[in-house]
Design a protein. Structure first.
Length: 231
């Protein structure tokens, strides 16, 4: 949650009216400055993502009391490597470069969290990781993945969460692990239960993007964590 600013809400950001930050703010009864933007990367916290899109950290100030952060997947080229897994055919989709790409976001992430603490010195910062995207056995009918490739994709998301968790703790932020409670809600789960869209997306038409149930599920985890740490 960030203090309210007068910045516009560009259409190109494809900002949902029921995304996780909005659901968290509504549950906590706090005022929200939603700076989420589709395809954002860590540099866009401090630089414009495009015409009419202000840097995300422009919404911070000394009156900011609560900040939630979820960013880094685009910096780690997750979409590119996941696509490689879906197109792997008979070959394994494991690529050593993927792990390096994930580990490589650490320094920029650390710097971003430091910048948040400087701009919003009175705020409590919460960083949430990535939930369960695909079950261990995979689901060829929905995700189009062999079991081994499904496992590799989830390992990559877990690695990304581990990098973010480490940097969050080092910066004095609260890391929120969304993985345990999301088990059983991956893209292989039935409609209405799954938190992420499979390759054959039915709700948002965007594979690997959260469903309405997913946004609510993650929001509930974040709200409980905030309440538990703030008393």
């Amino acid at each position: 949650m960030r203090r309210r600013s007068i910045s516009a809400h560009p259409m190109q950001c494809l900002r949902s009216t029921a995304n996780t930050p909005k659901l968290v703010a509504a549950s906590l009864g706090v005022r929200l400055d939603d700076r989420t933007c589709s395809s954002a990367k860590i540099p866009h916290l401090t630089t414009s993502q495009g015409a009419g899109i202000a840097p995300q950290l422009d919404g911070l100030g000394p009156n900011t009391k609560l900040v939630t952060v979820h960013i880094g997947a685009n910096d780690a080229d997750m979409t590119k490597y996941i696509l490689t897994c879906h197109l792997a055919g008979a070959k394994p989709c494991a690529d050593p470069a993927w792990g390096s790409a994930i580990d490589g976001i650490a320094a920029a992430y650390s710097t971003a969290l430091h910048q948040i603490s400087v701009l919003a010195p009175n705020a409590k910062v919460y960083v949430d990781g990535w939930p369960t995207y695909v079950s261990e056995g995979g689901c060829a009918d929905l995700a189009g993945l062999r079991p081994a490739d499904a496992i590799h994709i989830q390992i990559a998301f877990d690695r990304l969460s581990a990098v973010v968790a480490r940097e969050a703790v080092a910066a004095g932020a609260v890391y929120i692990d969304t993985r345990p409670e999301s088990i059983g809600h991956d893209m292989c789960a039935p409609v209405g239960t799954r938190w992420f869209e499979p390759l054959l997306a039915t709700q948002t038409l965007l594979p690997y993007h959260p469903t309405l149930e997913g946004m609510r599920g993650v929001a509930d985890i974040i709200v409980r964590s905030i309440r538990a740490t703030q008393g």
